[in-house]
Design a protein. Structure first.
Length: 322
């Protein structure tokens, strides 16, 4: 009987479709259906938590490798703070949590840093896996905010879907400043960019962004509001895309989009004056001590384009709580 129980226990990980495992103090790995999907980087050497790389169900990487990898042909080595997929903001009580790499000075009062306080949960399962973790947003020798983050990773033969639930609690009076430099963002693989850099002839950029409003390309999408944006193209000949969906309960839903032709792709509810191109407006959000802001997003990595992937229908299901 004991032998049978042991065999059953050993077989459990093989049954799990989403596998989540700690990799020392630096990161947590996520695999789906036996294939690597992403890694959550949380080590003391990081200035913000981030997911990288992100892969389609086929294994194709849809995020830029730089600056974690600097030897991938065809990648632009700009914006060193664009690491995979991340959540930060450019002006928090005057500190920069966006451009906050060690090599950067940051704006205003200087750089902030987001520090891991605990990993509450890192557990896989047959249909989904969960990572729950806490972080402190620190700057000027103080903790400005505490972040509680929950990420759910779903098993699916064709899609790679992540649900984000992020709650920020103010430790003191906090002002999220009006700036385009934020907030929930991903930097895409070079082939998914819309514009070809003049000094980088290959690979051929072929990406295109489309918003829920029907607007297309950076010229129409940047600074506008939409429930979702999908950025798609082909990577190594494979049609693939990634959509970010803004939950109806988020602040200033539908959110503004700081989405660029060079592959930056970000939802930002704070930069009203920047996005409206009207300095008489103010997108600041003030959080009193003990008060909270909650943000929820769904990220879907899919085959095909915005229509063949049915992004509008997937968003409807997400917004409806399904």
């Amino acid at each position: 009987m004991k032998q049978l129980l042991c065999l059953a226990a050993l077989a459990l990980p093989l049954c799990a479709q989403v596998e989540i495992a700690r990799q020392g103090s630096e990161k947590i790995s996520v695999a789906i259906d036996g294939k690597p999907f992403t890694e959550f980087h949380i080590g003391p050497g990081t200035n913000k938590p981030y997911l990288a790389p992100l892969r389609a169900a086929t294994g194709t990487v849809v995020t830029r490798g730089y600056p974690m990898q600097s030897d991938i042909p065809g990648e632009a080595h700009d914006h060193v703070h664009h690491r995979g997929l991340w959540f930060t903001h450019g002006v928090v009580n005057g500190y920069d949590f966006w451009a906050n790499e060690e090599s950067q000075k940051g704006v205003g009062k200087g750089r902030g840093k987001i520090v891991l306080t605990e990993v509450k949960k890192a557990k896989g399962g047959k249909e989904s896996g969960v990572i729950e973790a806490g972080f402190d947003w620190t700057a000027g020798g103080q903790t400005l905010l505490h972040e509680q983050r929950r990420m759910v990773f779903y098993e699916d033969p064709k899609l790679r879907t992540i649900d984000f639930d992020i709650t920020l609690t103010a430790r003191e009076r906090v002002t999220f400043g009006d700036t385009k430099e934020g907030t929930f963002a991903v930097r895409l693989a070079p082939e998914l960019e819309e514009n070809q850099p003049k000094n980088i002839p290959a690979p051929k950029r072929n990406g295109k962004m489309v918003a829920s409003t029907g607007k297309e390309t950076e010229k129409q999408v940047w600074g506008t509001r939409a429930e979702w944006v999908d950025y798609f193209g082909t990577v190594h000949g494979e049609p693939v895309g990634i959509a970010i969906m803004d939950h109806p309960g988020n602040p200033r839903h539908p959110t503004y989009w700081h989405s660029r032709s060079y592959g930056l792709f970000a939802a930002n509810p704070f930069g009203v004056a920047d996005f409206e191109r009207d300095k008489s407006k103010n997108g600041d959000i003030v959080l009193e001590p003990g008060k909270r802001l909650r943000f929820r997003y769904r990220v879907v990595i899919h085959p095909g384009d915005v229509n063949t992937a049915g992004i509008a229908g997937l968003y409807k299901a997400y917004a409806g709580g399904k």
